[in-house]
Write a protein that binds this ligand. Structure first.
Ligand SMILES: Cc1ncc(COP(=O)(O)O)c(C=O)c1O
Length: 491
């Protein structure tokens, strides 16, 4: 038995006073009472002791007279997720772990058990090794790992150039500048996305013009784009939302017809394919992001991909303070630029992650399959839609509730109840046009993009990451099902 357990255990001949002293010292709020063979006899919390003293017992009475006999225990092999379930269900803060003879071997506290996070990066020893190697070199920025990472991504996506930057947002911004989009120009995009998809236009005083999304694939509705094209339109910025590609055939045709540039926001779609071609390789430029919840991570980071040498050169220069990139160490600044550089440490992490990209995407597909199988038959839930001719690269797993049955308030209550069960989940995304500063700038109001608003009010992103276990998915789905059924009965 370890030292910490010694601090919260007492023999059966201990008094209430001794139990109080033990609780005071350990700060745990309870003691376990064991016999000479370390078999667990009972448990007493500070609340149990207070009640006993209030009504009859003396300080000198034996603790075993007031303890809760045969408290809930669990065997050593019990998975953490089950322990969490027991503790939440029985409203207990700790659970003694015993062997088959009921001998106490450990105590697990509720506070020790991690809840299931929404996302969790998958970092192997190989990543740790490669980063340590970089730390031993003089190159922590502007070095060989950035180049290696760029080559790997260009190869993987099937484009001529890849330019690493310090975030997806900076990548989008450089594409807007690289395409010479300026004050008063318009970029057509979807209001159902991460806010950077639209903000990148505002950075250059251009205006994002929204087109509502398709109710199934949740990407920009390609059939509605033409209605929004004006003389000021310079580009279309389709977002491959949650890893599902937009209808790129239609979008490229419209762009060609109206002579518009296409910037693919592929920040959530590394590895996604539309008609066997990788997302990011259709437009004039594409951008990926590597925040820790993405398919692969560099901590923070992004990558611009393009077949256009001029855009590539401009972006390379602008990410590095507008320097003359012919001479990397030159201090000559030939245009306005930024510090959007990716560090060598981030790039090294990216290289190691790219070495495992197929394995990573397969793991994510497996997790999505588990979820689909568990959830597809639950009344009131729609599992993610996958269109034809598509290879999905899963970014998040987002379910849609039946919006006829569940209001936004109901959806939020379901999220709250899941959170209370240790399951981190959240709504995904809030409509961009209803963010307060968009309302202020453009006068948007509720009802302007009804599909985006409806989807935003009725979706839930469930925990999703490479190493989510089948048991955890089972726990999540069981709880989701019973919460949904409870709503069915009570509504
Ligand atoms: C669709 C989309 N666009 C752009 C971004 C911006 O990427 P970053 O957070 O790396 O700036 C994200 C990131 O979450 C995203 O999901």
């Amino acid at each position: 038995m370890n030292k910490e357990i010694n601090a919260i255990t007492l023999k059966e001949d201990a008094t209430i006073k001794e139990a109080m002293e033990s609780i005071d010292k350990s700060g745990m709020g309870f003691v376990l009472i064991i016999n000479k063979d370390k078999k667990i006899l009972g448990m007493a919390s500070d609340g149990d002791i207070r009640k006993a003293l209030l009504y009859r017992e003396k300080f000198e009475s034996l603790i075993k007279n007031i303890m809760v006999k045969e408290p809930i225990t669990a065997l050593k092999e019990t998975p953490a997720i089950e322990l969490l379930n027991i503790m939440l269900e029985k409203s207990i803060r700790a659970i003694p772990i015993v062997d088959i003879n009921k001998t106490l071997i450990d105590v697990v506290l509720l506070s020790e058990l991690k809840s299931i996070p929404l996302s969790n990066p998958d970092i192997s020893n190989k990543e740790v090794e490669i980063i340590s190697q970089v730390l031993g070199t003089p190159f922590l920025s502007i070095g060989p790992k950035v180049e290696e990472f760029e080559e790997k991504i260009a190869d993987y996506i099937g484009v001529k150039h890849a330019i690493a930057v310090n975030s997806g947002t900076s990548g989008l911004h450089l594409c807007v500048r690289g395409l010479d989009i300026k004050d008063g120009d318009e970029i057509i995009t979807a209001p159902f996305s991460f806010i950077a998809s639209a903000n990148c236009a505002l950075f250059e005083r251009a205006n994002p013009v929204f087109v509502d999304i398709d109710k199934d694939n949740l990407c920009i509705n390609a059939d509605k784009i033409e209605e929004k094209i004006t003389k000021k339109t310079k580009a279309i910025l389709p977002v491959h939302i949650f890893g599902h590609p937009c209808e790129m055939d239609k979008i490229m045709e419209i762009a060609k017809h109206y002579n518009l540039a296409v910037i693919e926001d592929a920040c959530e779609a590394l590895g996604t394919e539309y008609k066997n071609k990788k997302a990011g390789s259709f437009g004039d430029a594409g951008v990926f992001a590597f925040y820790p919840n993405k398919q692969i991570t560099t901590g923070e980071g992004g990558m611009i991909v393009t077949n256009n040498g001029k855009i590539a050169d401009l972006c390379r220069s602008m990410r590095n303070q507008g320097r003359n990139e012919d001479d990397k160490h030159s201090l000559e600044h030939i245009r306005l630029g930024y510090n959007y550089r990716m560090s060598e440490l981030s790039a090294a992490l990216g290289v190691a992650q790219m070495n495992r990209v197929d394995e990573i995407l397969e793991k994510r597909q497996r997790i999505a399959n588990f979820y689909n199988k568990r959830l597809e038959k639950i009344d009131g839930i729609k599992i993610p839609y996958i269109g034809p001719n598509i290879n999905m690269s899963w970014f998040v797993y987002v379910i849609k509730l039946d919006d006829k049955r569940f209001s936004k308030k109901g959806r939020d209550q379901i999220i709250e109840k899941l959170n209370a069960k240790g399951i981190n989940c959240r709504n995904y995304f809030s409509p961009i046009h209803l963010e307060s500063f968009y309302i202020e700038m453009f006068g948007y109001k509720k009802g302007d993009f009804p599909i985006t608003e409806c989807v935003s009010d009725s979706t839930i992103a469930l925990p999703f990451y490479n190493n989510l276990t089948e048991e955890e998915i089972d726990y999540i789905c069981k709880n989701l099902e019973s919460i949904i059924n409870f709503f069915k009965i009570s509504s």
